[in-house]
Design a protein around this ligand. Structure first.
Ligand code: SF4
Length: 180
C-alpha cells in the first residue's frame, strides 16, 4: 500500500524485491554494509550515533573480496553509513569493481539526501543502484528538514527516473541519543 505522505512527497515507499532465485550455499541474498558513523547530520534517533565527528572506514580490496565471496551474484548490497555521500568516490570504485568481477545485483543506498549532487552522481554511476531517503529529514519530522534546493533536485530526478529514489518508512523507532 502506498501511503498518502509518500505520494505527496513524490518518492514512493521502499520495498524489498523478492529474489527470483535460490541463494546457493554460502552465498547471501543481502548484506548490510555500515562503514562508520561519519555524517553531516547528528539525529537524536540515529542507530549508529551519526555525527560529523564520527569515524569512517573506506571499503578496501580485502573487504571487496569478502563481499564477493559472500554475496550471491544477484543479491542486494545495502549501504548505510553514516552518510554514504561522504564516501562517494570510494563507493563509485566499489560499484565499478563489483560489476567488473561479475556482481549483477542491486546496490541500495540509505541517505539523508543533503548532498544531492553527490547522491545523483552515485545513481548515475550505476543503473542498478537506488536510494532510500531518510523519511524524517525528507519531511522535517523530529529532524531539520532537507534543504529546499536538494529536495528540488531529488524530486526532479525521481520524476524523470522512476524506481531510483524512494522514501524510507515513517515509523520513528525509540533508539539513539534520545534514549540516553
Ligand atoms: S542522517 Fe542518518 S546516519 Fe546521519 S545522523 Fe541522521 S539518522 Fe544517522
Amino acid at each position: 500500500m502506498i501511503d498518502e505522505n509518500h505520494t505527496a512527497l513524490g518518492f514512493p515507499p521502499f520495498t524489498d524485491e523478492k529474489p527470483s532465485w535460490e541463494p546457493g550455499e554460502g552465498r547471501l541474498p543481502e548484506i548490510h554494509l555500515y562503514f562508520g558513523s561519519r555524517c553531516n547530520r547528528e539525529c537524536d534517533f540515529c542507530v549508529v550515533f551519526g555525527s560529523p565527528r564520527g569515524w569512517l572506514a573506506e571499503v578496501d580490496e580485502e573487504l571487496l573480496e569478502a563481499l564477493l565471496g559472500l554475496l550471491h551474484p544477484q543479491a542486494q548490497l545495502k549501504i548505510y553509513g553514516g552518510e554514504p555521500t561522504l564516501l562517494s568516490a570510494n563507493l563509485r570504485w566499489v560499484f565499478a569493481e563489483l560489476r567488473r568481477r561479475g556482481f549483477a545485483g542491486r546496490f541500495t543506498l540509505f541517505s539523508n539526501g543533503i548532498q544531492s549532487a553527490r547522491l545523483l552522481e552515485l545513481l548515475e554511476a550505476d543503473d542498478r543502484t537506488c536510494c532510500v531517503l531518510n523519511y524524517s529529514i525528507l519531511t522535517g519530522t523530529q529532524a531539520e528538514r532537507i534543504p529546499p534546493t536538494a529536495l528540488r533536485q531529488l524530486t526532479e530526478y525521481a520524476r524523470r527516473h522512476p524506481g531510483r529514489l524512494f522514501a524510507g518508512h515513517a515509523d520513528l523507532v525509540e533508539v539513539g541519543r534520545a534514549q540516553q
